[in-house]
Design a protein around this ligand. Structure first.
Ligand code: SF4
Length: 322
């Protein structure tokens, strides 16, 4: 299809596609999704080689979050059936990092459900990260909620590589998915993270009820922040959250979006994150050959996922590298 080829050549020549072009790509019929995915794969390989970034994470402090993100099973105010617990101890977290390393993951992400960590927890987390860096020797990333510059510097000093703070959705839709903070609050932390020299991981979730245009807006807005990584989540609608009744997305609709995100952010790691196994099913491989070049393996914050060995075989069978 001429449109796909023209857009691909534009990106390969170092130019950006426009919102209008992205919207036109998003309107192609499902018959052309394989062609779109192949073009996204060419862009992905050109700028990122064959490597897939494999990350394992731990939910180091679960639930009881004071915020009200309407999709989140960890918000204290929704009666969801998850395990809630305070910050895990150093040995439990280190054991999980060791397991991640043994399983072949290239990084380990320590995730906690906070608006921002209380001082005692923050100090404990810094000590735990230093310990893991010494004992395990794996790249450590973390996601702890809002950051101040002082705290971000401290994380950098203890050896954190990448800090995750998702935009979640685009600016024009943000007030439909959260009332306790706003889009600018999220952008502020993302910018602080970058300003102290940490790598930025900032992505979002599709399927929150946003329009197609807003889905693309998210990618263009994320691009402006120049994240090293964009985690691509697909909503798993959780019982008793305000988005419990959201419709399930079709796998080809998801692949199409991953591919267009690759056109928009040619050099960013686009990581398949929450919802990958549930929604993509047998299309997971197509996503990795259609623009995505990262995965979270071994489960997520409140739902399980594929075993790392299964994911690593899938990656190798596709001729890609870990
Ligand atoms: S801030 Fe994070 S943990 Fe808290 S409700 Fe929102 S998404 Fe969930």
């Amino acid at each position: 299809m001429e449109l796909i080829e023209n857009c691909m050549n534009k990106v390969l020549n170092g130019k950006s596609i426009t919102m209008k072009e992205a919207l036109t790509l998003a309107s192609i019929s499902s018959n052309y999704v394989s062609e779109l995915a192949e073009a996204a794969n060419i862009i992905c390989r050109e700028f990122n080689g064959n490597k897939v970034d494999v990350e394992s994470l731990i939910n180091a402090k679960s639930g009881n979050c004071p915020e009200d993100c309407y999709f989140c099973a960890q918000a204290a105010r929704y009666n969801t059936n998850i395990k809630r617990y305070p910050l895990l101890d150093k040995y439990t977290i280190t054991e999980s990092a060791e397991k991640a390393k043994k399983s072949g993951a290239s990084s380990f992400c320590l995730v906690c459900a906070y608006r921002e960590p209380p001082e005692d927890d923050f100090n404990a987390i810094c000590n735990i990260i230093s310990y893991i860096k010494d004992k395990v020797g794996i790249d450590v990333n973390c996601s702890l909620g809002f950051m101040t510059e002082k705290r971000a510097r401290r994380l950098k000093d203890v050896g954190v590589k990448r800090y995750n703070h998702n935009l979640e959705t685009c600016k024009s839709y943000f007030d439909k998915i959260c009332s306790t903070h706003n889009y600018n609050d999220r952008v502020r932390t993302a910018k602080i993270v970058k300003s102290v020299g940490l790598e930025l991981c900032s992505g979002g979730i599709i399927g929150l009820g946003e329009s197609l245009e807003q889905r693309l807006e998210l990618a263009f807005e994320a691009k402006e922040l120049e994240p090293d990584e964009f985690p691509f989540n697909i909503l798993i609608a959780r019982e008793n959250t305000p988005l419990a009744k959201n419709r399930t997305l079709d796998p080809l609709e998801i692949i199409k979006m991953i591919s267009i995100y690759r056109f928009i952010m040619p050099k960013t790691i686009i990581k398949l994150a929450g919802g990958r196994e549930v929604h993509l099913k047998e299309f997971e491989s197509m996503a990795l050959l259609g623009g995505a070049n990262g995965i979270i393996t071994g489960g997520y914050l409140t739902v399980g996922g594929n075993e790392a060995s299964r994911d690593l075989s899938m990656i190798r069978n596709l001729g890609l590298e870990v």
